[in-house]
Write a new protein. Structure first.
Length: 345
């Protein structure tokens, strides 16, 4: 790829090794997703030049970036806690980058004013960071990152510091601003909703390596690790398929797809039905399980099941009361074959 970002990032430390390849086209938003300690922020800092590479290279718009110092790279970065200069106004925070790149004070302030207007904060130009709300500070940080006309925008958990209500509003605004940015964007997050809403493509990192990548819908539909399955809210298993039947441990599951050989099998917790006694008829996928735990999950109740497979079942509070469910209780669980999907492992 000539334009945009291409990188192989290798960072080796005594107790950790990151080794990933990633690319992002101009105008594309790529999200790095993964559990704490997976290597997401290390990758972002390596792209920014804040963490040295042990090996690999970084190319941006066809030019090598890895040999350049951090301050020389055409990169804008939004840090998790924004790192606005507390003694400067919003306008001067945004003007700081252009001034460092040689713009006159008047020119830098014109650029800053235009960007503050673009992010809807023209009326807060004279405010110091302590006078800004969390959402306003995030937008000032974004404007500051864009002020240097970067070809690569790096966002490190840009919504993590916001409360739930503000996060909803700012996420929507950020999506619009990223759509207007013609450079490549790499976003680090552990929040699946941020990734699904903001990114064109997801790269999932675990233990310093890429375990899955693809469009948000593809990753959500076909998770390939337990972490991704939990992230998108699916029960996930590996088994051996023979037509519409998949053997998972000692359990034989009927699936929608007709496949052969090693496969993943997934179904949503909401598709799991629970019964105190063995149900009449012959549900395709039925097993005896023990209730390991019961907890609130949004508006529903999540029941943790152990048996031939471990599974989550999401049911209503009324169903919990009707079934008189308690931890340690034996129960029957079933999932329709039409809700049980298989795909090659």
């Amino acid at each position: 790829m000539t334009d945009g970002l291409w990188a192989r990032l290798v960072v080796t430390r005594p107790a950790f090794a990151l080794d990933i390849a990633l690319e992002a086209a101009p105008g594309e938003v790529v999200a790095l997703l993964g559990p704490n300690g997976a290597g997401k922020t290390t990758a972002l800092r390596a792209l920014a030049g804040l963490t040295p590479l042990s090996d690999g290279q970084i190319t941006l718009d066809g030019l090598p970036l890895h040999a350049q110092a951090a301050e020389e790279r055409p990169i804008g970065m939004v840090f998790q806690d924004y790192l606005l200069f507390p003694h400067l106004t919003a306008l001067d925070n945004v003007a700081f980058g252009p001034r460092c790149h040689g713009a006159s004070k008047a020119e830098a302030r014109r650029t800053a004013a235009a960007l503050l207007e673009r992010v809807g904060l023209a009326d807060r130009a004279a405010a110091k960071p302590r006078q800004l709300s969390g959402g306003q500070a995030q937008r000032v940080a974004l404007a500051r990152a864009l002020a240097v006309h970067p070809r690569l925008l790096l966002l490190d958990e840009p919504l993590a510091a916001l409360d739930a209500h503000t996060r909803l509003e700012v996420r929507s605004q950020l999506r619009r601003h990223l759509a207007d940015f013609d450079g490549a964007t790499v976003l680090v997050t552990h929040d699946p909703l941020d990734a699904m809403v903001l990114a064109d493509r997801l790269i999932v990192i675990e233990n310093g390596a890429i375990v899955q990548q693809g469009g948000p819908a593809e990753v959500a539909r076909q998770p390939r690790t337990d972490y991704v399955a939990r992230l998108v809210g699916l029960n996930l298993y590996q088994g051996l398929a023979d037509g519409h039947r998949v053997k998972v441990g000692d359990l034989l599951l009927s699936t929608t797809e007709h496949l052969q050989g090693p496969v993943f099998v997934a179904f949503p917790p909401a598709a799991v039905a629970l019964y105190r006694t063995r149900p009449d008829g012959s549900p395709r996928n039925l097993w005896h399980a023990t209730i390991e735990g019961i907890e609130r999950h949004g508006d529903n109740v999540r029941v943790h099941l152990d048996g031939p497979i471990t599974a989550f079942a999401d049911i209503t509070p009324a169903a919990v009361a009707d079934l008189d469910l308690t931890p340690g209780q034996r129960i029957w669980a079933s999932v329709k074959a039409t809700e049980t999907h298989a795909y090659p492992a």
